[in-house]
Design a protein around this ligand. Sequence first.
Ligand code: PLP
Length: 382
Amino acid sequence: MREDSLPEDSIPEEEVLRILDEMKGRDLHYDRFFSTMCTRPHSIAVKAHNLFLETNLGDPGLFPGVAELEARTIRIMGELLGCPDAVGYISTGGTESNIQAIRAARSASRVRAGNIVVPASAHFSFDKIGDLLNLEVRKADLDENLKVDVSSVERLVDDRTVAMVGIAGTTEFGQVDPIDKLAQIAKDRRIHLHVDAAFGGFVLPFLGQDYLWDFRIDGVSSITIDPHKMGMSTIPAGGLLFRTTKDINALELDTHYLTVARQASLTGTRSGASAAATYAVMIHLGRSGFRNVVGYCMDLTRHLVAGSRKIGVNPVIKPVMNVVALTVKSPAEVRSELIKLGWHVSMTREPNRALRLILMPHITHENIDLFLEDLEATLKNL
Ligand code: PLP
C-alpha cells in the first residue's frame, strides 16, 4: 500500500491511526525547543478548540455563539492594551495581523506606490507585506540597545509613508522600541502607527513594570498580539486590534452570499476554534495566571543569563523579556553542535549574529542546567 496516494478503497480507521501515530512519533518535543515562540497550549485551550472545531467565523451568522466569544476576546484584549473599545478579529497569527494592519493603513491613506517605515529589527512578515501590497519597505537603523533609532525613522518618513511600525518585543532580542516617540512623529504627520506586539503583547502587561507602549499612547493606531505565542492558546491564533472602526472598515468588502454583508478578515473561511481557545485560556488564567506564566519565564531567563555568564558567555543586551541572545564565537557552528545534542536553538541576523533562545513555559530549570553543560563543552571543543 502506498501511503502517499489516494486509495481506491477505504483504509480502516485503526490503520490510519497507526500511520498518524508513527508520524507523530517523528515530531520533536517541546522540552528542548529554545528556538520557538510557540509553546504547548494550555489544556483548557485544547478543550475549547476541540469543542468548536467545526465552526466557521467567516460566516458568523451561522455560528453566533463562537462569534460572541471572538467579540469578547477582542474586548478583553483591547482592555488589556488600554482601549476597551478597540475593534478587530482573531487572525491566523502575527503575519496576517501585520498584513491587515498595513493594508488598512494604506487603504485609509489613499496613497498609491507608498512606503512603510519599519525598524531594521522588524519581523520578515513586513518584507512579505512590501511584496504583497507593492509598498517600499524602508528599514530604520537601530541604536546601541537595538531599539529603533528615532532620528533614522524621521529621516525615512515622507509624504508617501502609509504606515510606521514600532515593535514591542522584537523577534530576535525581545527589545521594545520607543513607541511614545514614534507616536509623536505619527501624530504630527498624521501617519498610521502600527505596533507589532506579536510576542510582547502577552508579556509586557504582566512583567510588573509599567511599560507604556500600547493604546494608552495617543497615536498608536493598531496592535498585533498573538495568543498562540505567550497567550497559551492553540495554533493558529493571532490578534489584530484597531483603535477606531474607521480602520477596520477600510478592510471590509462586500460578501454577496454570506450571513454578513461585509467581511474584514483576510481569509474567508476561518476557524472559530482558536478564538474559543483564546477566550477560554484568557478567562481561566486571568491576570494573576498570566503574571505567573510570565514570572516563571522571567525566572528561567535570569537563570539562563546567570548560568551563561558563569561560563563566560554574555547576552547581547540585558533581556527585557524572555528572549535572550548570547554572544558566542562562531554561532552557526555552536548552533549545529547543539542541535546534534538535541537542543534546538536559533540565531539572530547580521550584524548582531548570536545564539537566540526563547524561554517559553515548556522550558524547565533542569533543562537550562543541562543545556549550559552542553554549551560549555561545545565551546571548549571548538
Ligand atoms: N511579529 C513578531 C514580532 C514575531 O516575533 C513574529 C513571529 O515570531 C511574527 C510577527 C509573525 O508571527 P506568525 O509566525 O504567527 O505569523
